[in-house]
Design a protein around this ligand. Structure first.
Ligand code: SF4
Ligand code: MG
Length: 326
């Protein structure tokens, strides 16, 4: 199958200069992945494992201190694989909203607090298409209608919207130019259950209507189970498992993935589930060998010394663990 976005050996580090001493946070450390057309690709893992940074690397959104140290990023733009790392920032800016769009964590980054929603719509549309303001407004109204959102939000300021509505409006903005790929970082976090469901339904509807691709970062395994079609599990800056979501939940292969699934409460289950022992390692000086070894009940000497590579165990199902090498 044709690949829409391809990341090869991506290394995205935060290079910090702290009063003359350099500190390097290896948030994404040699990650390769292919994002396909027409899928909801999830990126899971505890907070601080590099999920959001991976999203930024895939978006070529590398503002200092974040730097792409190594690797290649290809976008398949109209059938042509394009090396994004070689593009001028102006060209990358033009791809935003139309080819890729980004819903960052905390929707206030997209919505300007001192502008009515309609003005943000007009701003985004006018930066990509040449039309009259009236036509932009018609487009915005039609788009909100298509998504089942009330037209009146156009006249409102962001602070007048509830958290859930604000997030849905942000998603509407991010999709008005019908991008091939939408990146969303924790879009349901900090919302109540009802608003979470509405946001997930909206994402699913958009994906279904546009047949585009959604890349969804969330630490919430419940959200992955409900909405993603394929997913990657990140641990300490690396992908440790990747596969179809159903397959991952039915047959998790990495000990860390098993912990994540076990810690998910069953529906109606009020008691606290078992957490994952220990805490994630520092990304400044990650453990040698398998980065999960200090927390892994199966760790052997080899795991402390050698790094397991991500390998395909079954068609489409990859894992980085020596236990699976048989
Ligand atoms: Fe555990 Fe070793 Fe597998 Fe890492 S490689 S997850 S330490 S068994
Ligand atoms: Mg994050």
């Amino acid at each position: 199958m044709e690949t829409l976005i391809s990341g090869k050996n991506l290394k995205a580090y935060y290079v910090l200069d702290l009063w003359g001493s350099k500190k390097v946070v290896k948030a994404v450390d040699n990650v390769s992945l292919d994002i396909l057309p027409n899928e909801i690709y999830g990126i899971a893992g505890e907070s601080g494992c590099g999920k959001s940074t991976l999203l930024k690397a895939l978006l070529a959104l590398l503002d200092p201190p974040l730097r792409l140290m190594d690797g290649e990023l290809l976008y398949n733009i109209e059938g042509r694989p394009t090396n994004v790392t070689l593009l001028k920032s102006e060209t990358i800016r033009k791809l935003r909203w139309s080819f890729i769009s980004y819903i960052p964590q905390g929707s206030m980054h997209v919505l300007n607090p001192v502008k009515r929603v309609r003005d943000t719509f007009i701003e985004i549309l006018s930066s990509h298409v040449k039309k009259q303001t009236k036509e932009f407004l018609d487009l915005a109204v039609q788009h909100l209608k298509d998504l089942g959102l009330p037209e009146r939000v156009l006249n409102m300021f962001p602070h007048q919207l509830s958290g859930g509505m604000r997030q849905r409006v942000t998603i509407a903005l991010a999709t008005v130019l019908k991008p091939r790929v939408i990146f969303a970082d924790e879009p349901t976090t900090a919302l109540d259950v009802v608003a979470q469901r509405a946001v997930m339904q909206l994402i699913r509807k958009i994906q279904n209507d546009l047949k585009n691709t959604v890349v969804l970062v969330t630490h919430d395994m419940g959200v992955h189970a409900q909405i993603t079609t394929r997913m990657a599990i990140m641990y300490a800056g690396k992908i440790v498992e990747e596969g179809p979501t159903l397959e991952i939940f039915k047959n998790p292969l990495h000990p860390y993935t098993r912990y994540l699934i076990q810690s998910l409460p069953a529906i109606g289950d009020k008691k606290l589930r078992s957490g994952i022992p220990g805490s994630p390692p520092s990304l400044v000086a990650p453990p040698p060998g398998c980065r999960f070894h200090p927390r892994c009940p199966h760790a052997s000497q080899r795991c402390r010394e050698e790094e397991p590579l991500l390998k395909e165990i079954k068609p489409g199902h990859k894992v980085a663990c020596f236990l699976m090498e048989g």
